[in-house]
Design a binder for this molecule. Sequence first.
Ligand SMILES: [Zn+2]
Length: 459
Amino acid sequence: MVNLADGQDLAAAKAIADCYKNELGFVRRATLEKAISQGRMIVARKREDRSILGFVHFCCTRQGHVSIYEIAVHPNWRGRGLGRILVDAVTNEARKEKIEALRLKCPVDLPANGFYARLGFVRTMVEDGKHRALAVWEKRLPLLKEHGRPCFFVSLTSEAPKIRRVVRLWDASGDPRDPFRHMVFTPLFSTNAAAKLICRLKEERDGVVMFDSGGYHVQMGKTSYEELFDRLLRFYRENDWADWYVLPDHVPRSADSDQEVEFKVRETIGFARLFVRMMPGKFVEKAIGVIHGRTEEQIHRCISEYTRMGIGYVAFGSFGTSGPGGSVNMVSQKSLGLLGMAQGVAHEYGLRLHVFGIGSPNYLTRLAEANIVPDSFDSAGWWKGGGFGYVFTSTRSLRVCYTRRINSTLSRVANCLAADGHSCQFCRELFWLRDSRLHRVMHNLVVTMECVEKLQREG
Ligand SMILES: [Zn+2]
């Protein structure tokens, strides 16, 4: 077991450090004592008698990274993976503090350098030490770049020319915010050209990209789960440029019996484990496990199993919004309850929570009223809703085309937007919202950004 050191661990930690005078130099007792008192030492213990087998001394620096000063495992316990477990524990601490990098220095002539390389550290430079040259190792922890929850991932699963047009329109509007810094994309159900474009946007805008597995398409009967698994494995292996990878999941349907749901939950967990094993070692740090289930026990089981696999990010997908504009009535009290519980369990385990498919901003507000503010969510509702004739305001989504009462709806939209204090390039003339799909889409995106910002301020 791994936890923070306390005063009783001091002598044992010092004794272990003293076994490695060549590697660590002389480690002062007072230094370790201070680290323990400030909660900057994590130890690996034997469960039976709590004696310590290894320790790591670290610190969150002002430069915004976590430095590992000393890490050591008792000579009798080397080669059993404890070093990796200790580094993982520090990684978790860093993630909790939203810190984006681990850093450490190691004399260039030590075998430990190979250990850091295997854990995914990259050697960034070599500097002069007091007695010998030191390799500087760094490990990036891909994080959400905005502070404050929730972080909005804009869903861009469409054709390349359409995506390009939306991005250009946004940039031309002069809005200083950038919705395309966090993008979610479903590669298996998009063209190669769209994937290339997303990759380029990521580079140009220093963005964060999440690949969605497309489990939704299995639910819709467009492909089989097995096929999804194989194709995803191939695509993820060939495309290591994304920041986050949603694992394949077997999405239960509303009409499924309890047995069928249980079967799919087991399959989702079992195949996630298999998938992670079939990918390169570091993949698990970028994996997002999908939570499914109808009962609290199933939700809890998903999260604890993902934690055991080393996954640090989970996503809730057990209610999809369906229908144009993302109809709010899909959020039943029951699914809200399960999501609230998932949020509690995920945070208890130190994991981050993503919510799939938020239809419209008012849905987000409804979640916030139920004390659910995910770490991140994605939405295609602004785009899809606009296509179906819906216009977003902060509190509702109103249909302004394909309906008989166009003009009275338009004036309601105007009132709501005035109450929101909203104005944007795309609704400067109200009739644009009625006549132009693209104006609706872009306006909806602005409103979504505004609602997210409001929640971030309040959060
Ligand atoms: Zn507008």
